[in-house]
Write a protein that binds this ligand. Sequence first.
Ligand SMILES: [Zn+2]
Ligand SMILES: [Zn+2]
Length: 252
Amino acid sequence: MQLTILGSSASQPAPGDACSSYLVQDGDTAVLLDCGSGTLGRLQEHVDPSAIDAIFVSHMHPDHYIDLIALRYGRRYGAAGAREIPVHLPPGGSDKLQRVSEAISSTQPFFPGALQLTDYEPGQEYAIDGLCVRPHEVVHGIRSFGMRVSGSSGTIAYSSDTVMCDELIELARGADLLLAENTLGGGAPSHHDPVTHISAEQAGVVATQAGVPRLVLTHFWYTADRDLACREAASTFRGHVVAARPGLKISI
Ligand SMILES: [Zn+2]
Ligand SMILES: [Zn+2]
């Protein structure tokens, strides 16, 4: 089971980075978690988009889904007649994406033939060949869902965007690796009001309280010092901590 970081930035990509997107592979199965700005270029450095069995979107902020538009164009005009890629969205997500498509294109319906949009049920397990994905609600400015992804060799917990909350610790509990946002880490400006994110120290607290041995920090503000964020997380977490960066591959 392998995790590949495609994008590790919040909101605005840092130089050379993309916004949130994570490729999880187990044998021949490939699942994409989020599809933020700049994902598609990064994705093709690792796999052909046709190899993606399913995409799960954590929440409907553009830095987590906007490259679904690019993927739709690629499928529509570059892979005509190929199967539709299933895209699993938060409750209401399919309607929202449809409205986005109506705002940007007169070609309707926009997604059929390229992407198959469905809204997932929070808490339900979705079997994607060799992987099992379970959306788990956390607390953010809008409804937001972390993901537990289990495969042949372990479980990854992905935080999505979230505040510090019991739901986040429950999401991470007993996982082999926590992929946690830290929008407020590494010297990021503290202008988020109200606060809808966590810091690197808080990511460390979550990993500690949930009993997770490995922590990967992600969703960095574009000016963040990632080495500093790792040191901040290490002040509250004694396990292994690393900063996500595009192209980083981690075996579980
Ligand atoms: Zn975000
Ligand atoms: Zn968000």
